[in-house]
Design a protein around this ligand. Structure first.
Ligand SMILES: [Mn+2]
Length: 245
């Protein structure tokens, strides 16, 4: 039984080429005879607030996922919230083969306990990020905001913030330094939970890091930037590996 994991596709709108990339991923899942698909957050670039307009804004993606789910009832799709699409699973009607898992969940696969989280917990030592996350996750933002602030404004502002955060990260990005930082954060997270594997995305830095806690082996795996790398994660009795799309 195979499980496929993908995160951080960051589909920007209906015409964005990332839609085709996501469809190629779904096709690959059929070829690969996958039983579970885990969408590990930030599949959509902006889904902030309970705006019905998002259904049209991302209709290309929603239709592809719906069609895939109907045609492949033997495949279960798990949906985990990312920080970019935090209100997606809470705001759309999901079929019974698409299961919302909120902030994350555990699965026991091949005798290993595996934790699946989008991975923004890895940024929790950043207090600015913690405050932003708290605001964006509040019911005020989800429910009251859409009644008083127009959709176009929220969508454009969030998209602008998303693009500029990526620009600035390119300019000052010390990849190795961040990789080390996220590994330390992953160690702390694993220390506080009972797990064998921690699987995340979010950082856009691919990783497969083995370490030990009190002599017990642990693995932290990050899906990285799936669109750039053109890969997803496969979990099977052969272990966890990156697969080319
Ligand atoms: Mn993220």
């Amino acid at each position: 039984m195979k499980t496929a994991v993908i995160s951080d596709v960051h589909i920007k709108d209906n015409s964005c080429e990332r839609n085709d990339f996501f469809k190629s991923f779904l096709t690959k899942c059929i070829e690969f005879e996958v039983k579970n698909i885990i969408l590990l957050g930030d599949i959509l670039d902006v889904y902030h607030g309970n705006y019905s307009q998002f259904n049209d804004f991302y209709s290309n993606y929603f239709k592809a996922l719906e069609k895939f789910s109907l045609n492949n009832p033997n495949i279960t799709i798990y949906l985990v919230d990312g920080n970019h699409d935090i209100h997606y699973s809470k705001s759309t009607v999901l079929s019974d083969k698409i299961i919302s898992k909120g902030m994350g969940f555990d699965l026991e696969l091949f005798g290993k306990k595996i934790n699946f989280y989008h991975g923004d917990y890895l940024d929790y030592q950043n207090s600015f990020y913690r405050r932003y996350r708290k605001f964006i996750n509040s019911s005020f933002f989800k429910n009251v905001f859409p009644r008083v602030v127009p959709f176009g404004f929220v969508q454009k502002t969030a998209q602008k913030a998303s693009t500029s955060s990526k620009d600035s990260s390119k300019k000052y990005f010390d990849r190795q330094k961040y990789k080390e930082k996220y590994r330390k954060a992953a160690e702390t997270l694993c220390y506080n939970m009972v797990t064998d594997y921690l699987v995340t995305g979010h950082t856009h830095i691919k990783d497969n890091y083995e370490f030990e806690i009190d002599g017990k082996p642990q693995i932290y795996i990050n899906n990285g930037d799936s669109f750039y790398e053109k890969t997803f994660l496969s979990i099977s009795d052969e272990g966890i590996k990156f697969v080319q799309i």
